[in-house]
Design a protein around this ligand. Structure first.
Ligand code: FAD
Length: 480
């Protein structure tokens, strides 16, 4: 019998697992996909927002500001990538400058301490590619960017070394309360017992809640955000995250430097009914082009290497919904976690455990180990270390992804390492192989064969991403 089953291994579920693993409790994380962080956590802007934008006195505001600070601690303990870019919110005339003043006041109420203004000339000195039409900017130095799924991996790995268990390919299909515990049905067959259930199931959280409650207090309204990705050769085009003024639809379309040197342009904001539809649209792509051109001049659209879209788990409740079910004791909602959920995730986990689960009187583990060892990409190492590694393991000498300079040894580590994976996208998420200019055009076939070899599977069984997404069909010619 588990003490806690956490449904979902996005940034929120994995942070909750890590936070709970500081206490004496038996924890299981269930994930329906074949990998950690396959939904919102893999398709977002990667910004650790300062907290200037959420409405005052909301959980979003409080947990965003606290989460921003906690990322600095996670950087030290888990060695997650964190690029301290700072951010500018941009005004173009006097009426927009008034909105900057309002944002400044809101940021102070929310608890943002690092904040200030730059005149047009000061801002242009710092960011020469800003549009010449700007008149003033609000500066938010505590804004940073991260590599979101790497943070989820780091939190879950750390939770596991501290005793938590992870089960992927495990879709929760029914939840029944029997006496003082729950029976959680997985994949329509296995039953797992637990004293409490924590739903961190993102866009599907209203469906999970409906498994136990008659009246679910919110409904998820998926909100799509589309993006362009620029090649990392463009690094330095802007150094700060650039925001327009926020609107009722959100923070707007931004220009966002990324930790590995790429730049993101996006996201758009469009409500839709479907929970899985992630296609890009002509309107979305056009909107990005139009909107970012107000922020910067000479935007290098010729450097686009791919586009993608993510779905925010926005809800009819006007804030994060983090509370115990009013109908079923020990069922906990962590729902409506749209932006700034990536930023807030470590603070959400702490709030849940320290405030919402207060009555559980959890006892701290004296031997909790907060550290996840540092891992450097091979190409970041100095030549002597590289040569020593190649001598020890010749697979380090075989470059597989030429754009991102990823070796065969690193791909093997991504397959067999902690939270290893056997899909093309899983390897891309872990080793960055296929993330460069050619987007896997050169290396995907090689990676496919390495996965097949290392996992003893036929090549046509290797999935691209989710379950049942093989790249190759059955053989059409049989060798005699
Ligand atoms: C376009 C876009 C841009 C964003 N930009 C930012 C940003 O820059 N900064 C920021 O702070 N936030 C941002 N966000 C918000 C942030 O990405 C999310 O708030 C955060 O990723 C939510 O994480 P999660 O773990 O709640 O959800 P998810 O990552 O969606 O994880 C939920 C998990 O639950 C699993 N699950 C669902 N149902 C079941 C089931 N029945 N059984 C088992 N598992 C199940 C899913 O498979 C999934 O893995 C953005 C979001 C989007 C979409």
């Amino acid at each position: 019998m588990y003490d806690y089953i956490i449904i979902g291994s996005g940034i929120v579920g994995t942070n909750i697992a890590r936070e709970l693993s500081k206490y004496k409790a038996k924890i299981l994380v269930l994930e329906k996909e074949n990998d950690v962080a396959n939904h919102q956590t893999v398709a977002n802007s990667a910004i650790i927002h300062s907290g200037h934008d959420p409405k005052e006195n909301t959980l979003k505001a409080k947990l965003c500001v606290e989460g921003n600070r906690l990322y600095e601690t996670m950087e030290k303990e888990l060695h997650i990538p964190l690029l301290k870019t700072g951010a500018f919110v941009i005004a173009h005339d006097e009426s927009e400058e008034k909105v900057l003043d309002e944002l400044y006041e809101r940021a102070l109420i929310n608890g943002v301490t690092q904040i200030g203004f730059y005149s047009r000339d000061e801002a242009l000195k710092l960011e020469p590619n800003l549009n010449d039409t700007i008149t003033k900017v609000l500066s938010l130095p505590s804004t940073k960017v991260t590599y979101p799924w790497e943070v989820a991996f780091a939190c879950l790995e750390n939770a596991i070394i501290n005793g938590a268990t992870f089960q992927k390919n495990s879709e929760v299909t029914r939840i029944t309360k029997t006496g003082d515990h729950f029976e959680v049905e997985v994949n329509h067959q296995d039953i797992i017992g637990t004293k409490s259930v924590i739903s961190a199931s993102g866009i599907f959280s209203d469906q999970i809640a409906a498994m136990v409650e008659k009246d679910v207090a919110y409904r998820i309204k998926p909100r799509k955000g589309e993006y362009f990705v620029l090649d990392r050769k463009i690094k330095g085009f802007v150094d700060h995250v650039l925001y327009p003024l926020p609107t009722a639809k959100g923070k707007g379309v931004l220009i966002i430097p990324q930790v590995h040197g790429n730049i993101l342009l996006g996201p758009t904001s469009t409500f839709q009914e479907e929970k899985e539809l992630l296609s890009n649209t002509r309107d979305g792509m056009q909107q990005i082009r139009d909107d970012v051109s107000h922020l910067a001049k000479n935007v290098p659209f010729n450097m686009v290497i791919r586009n993608f879209a993510g779905l925010r788990a926005s809800s009819t409740y006007d804030d994060f919904f983090i509370q115990e079910s009013k109908e079923i004791k020990n069922f906990f909602h962590v729902a409506g976690i749209d932006s700034p959920g990536l930023t807030a995730a470590p603070a959400i986990a702490r709030y849940l455990v320290e405030e919402v689960l207060k009555d559980h009187h959890l006892e701290k583990k004296p031997d909790f180990n907060p550290i996840r060892e540092k891992r450097d990409a091979f190409y970041h190492l100095d030549e002597t270390t590289q040569q020593a590694l190649i001598k020890e393991n010749p697979y380090f000498g075989n470059l597989i992804c030429k754009c991102e300079k990823i070796t065969e040894a690193e791909i093997m580590e991504a397959i067999h390492g902690p939270l290893g994976n056997d899909t093309i996208k899983g390897i891309k998420k872990r080793a960055r192989a296929g993330s460069g200019l050619c987007q896997g055009g050169y290396c995907e076939g090689l990676i496919l064969r390495i996965i097949a070899r290392e996992t003893n599977q036929p090549v046509n069984k290797i999935n691209y991403y989710a379950l049942d997404t093989p790249i190759l069909g059955p053989e059409t010619k049989v060798k005699k």
